[in-house]
Design a protein around this ligand. Structure first.
Ligand code: CO
Ligand code: ZN
Length: 332
C-alpha cells in the first residue's frame, strides 16, 4: 500500500478544495465499485454490494480534506498574511513551507519578537512567496495553501503531512479492493470539509440514510516522552473508539468490532480520546439517529506537517474492516 499512501498524502486538498484528491481516489475505485457519484459538497460516494436479507445499509467515511491556510492580505512588498483552515497550531508552522492550489510555494516566517523563545501568534506571521511587490505576488486574497512536506518511509513507521486523514482514505480503498462479497450495501464515502466541522459527512449521511456508520480517522497516542495520558500506542493495532470529544460510540458497535477482531486474531486497542471528533459524530446525529463506531489509526504529532503512523496498524485496519463487512451483523 505504500505507493498508494505516498500518492495520497502528497496530494494537495485543503478543506473545500478536495478536487485533486477526489480524482486520485476515483481512479483507484472506479473498477472496484458498483456505483460512483459525487454529491453537491464534493463527497465521493462509492457503493459496493446490494442489500440482501439480513444485510444492512452501511456508511463508511474517511475524509479527503487536510488543514491549511487562506491568504487574507498582501502588503506593498508582497508579503502574505493569512488565517487558518481547520485546527492549525502556531508552534508547528515557523520555518515550514506552504504550497498554494495554483502551484506557488512560500515560507512561513514572522515579525521580530522581543524574546527569541516565544511562539509567534498567527497575527505576527507572514508567508514569503519570493515576491517583492503586491503586483508580482503570485498569491491573491482568498487563495488556499497546505503545509508542503514529502512522505518519508522509516520502515515500519511512515511520516507525512495529512496522514489525517489520507491514511484512512488508503484504508478504505484497500478494503474495497479486498472485499470479495458482502451481504450489505456498503457506501464508501470519501468526505469533504471534515477539518472545518464534519460538513461533508453531514450531507452524505443524510443522503445515504444508513443503518450503521463507521468513520475511519486518526487518533492520538500516549507513547511519546511526557506526552498525553492515553493508552493508545503505535504498532499495537487499529483502535476501536469508545469515546471522543464529540461522540460516544454505540456500545453494541464497540462490542461487535472488538469481538470480531478477537475472533479473527487481529490486534486492536480501545480508544478514549479527550478532545476532537470525527465524521462518525455527523453520521450518528443525522435524521433520527444512527448507531455508529469509529476505527482509528494511531498517529503521533496530529495536525503537524509530520504526522507519524505505523504501517502494521494500517494493514490490520484493512483486515479488520474487511472481516467486519464480509459477514451478517447482529448488534447486541
Ligand atoms: Co484532523
Ligand atoms: Zn481527521
Amino acid at each position: 500500500m505504500k505507493p498508494l499512501i505516498k500518492k495520497l498524502v502528497e496530494a494537495v486538498g485543503p478543506s473545500g478544495y478536495e478536487g485533486a484528491v477526489r480524482e486520485l481516489v476515483k481512479k483507484e475505485v472506479t473498477k472496484l465499485a458498483d456505483d460512483v457519484r459525487v454529491d453537491a459538497l464534493g463527497n465521493l460516494i462509492v457503493r459496493k454490494g446490494k442489500q440482501r436479507p439480513g444485510g444492512l445499509r452501511i456508511m463508511l467515511s474517511a475524509h479527503m480534506d487536510e488543514i491549511g491556510i487562506i491568504a487574507t492580505h498582501i502588503d506593498e512588498n508582497g508579503f502574505v498574511r493569512f488565517t487558518t483552515i481547520g485546527g492549525v497550531y502556531p508552534r508547528t508552522l515557523f520555518g515550514g513551507r506552504v504550497q498554494f492550489l495554483n502551484g506557488a510555494f512560500g515560507v512561513i516566517s514572522g515579525e521580530r519578537l522581543e524574546s527569541a523563545d516565544r511562539v509567534h501568534s498567527f497575527e505576527k506571521m507572514y508567508i514569503d512567496v519570493g515576491a517583492d511587490s503586491k503586483a508580482n505576488c503570485p498569491v491573491k486574497i482568498g487563495d488556499l495553501a497546505i503545509f508542503e512536506r514529502p512522505m518519508i518511509d522509516l520502515g515500519s513507521r511512515l511520516v507525512a503531512k495529512s496522514m489525517d486523514d489520507r491514511i484512512a482514505v488508503a484504508v478504505l480503498i484497500e478494503t474495497l479492493r479486498k472485499l470479495e462479497s458482502t451481504p450489505h450495501e456498503v457506501y464508501f464515502v470519501f468526505s469533504t470539509q471534515e477539518e472545518v466541522g464534519t460538513r461533508g459527512a453531514t450531507t452524505a449521511a443524510y443522503g445515504i440514510d444508513p443503518d450503521l456508520g463507521i468513520a475511519v480517522d486518526v487518533t492520538g497516542t500516549g507513547d511519546t516522552p511526557k506526552g498525553m495520558r492515553m493508552a493508545v500506542k503505535l504498532g499495537a493495532g487499529p483502535a476501536v473508539k469508545v469515546r471522543d470529544g464529540g461522540m460516544l460510540s454505540d456500545p453494541r458497535v464497540v462490542r461487535w468490532m472488538s469481538d470480531t477482531a478477537e475472533a479473527a486474531k487481529i490486534p486492536y486497542q480501545l480508544e478514549i480520546l479527550e478532545a476532537g471528533s470525527t465524521d462518525a459524530r455527523a453520521i450518528q446525529l443525522t435524521r433520527a439517529g444512527v448507531p455508529v463506531g469509529c476505527l482509528s489509526i494511531p498517529c503521533r504529532y496530529i495536525h503537524s506537517p509530520s504526522e507519524m503512523v505505523d504501517y502494521s496498524d494500517v494493514v490490520n485496519a484493512v483486515s479488520l474492516l474487511t472481516v467486519l463487512l464480509s459477514n451478517p451483523i447482529q448488534l447486541k
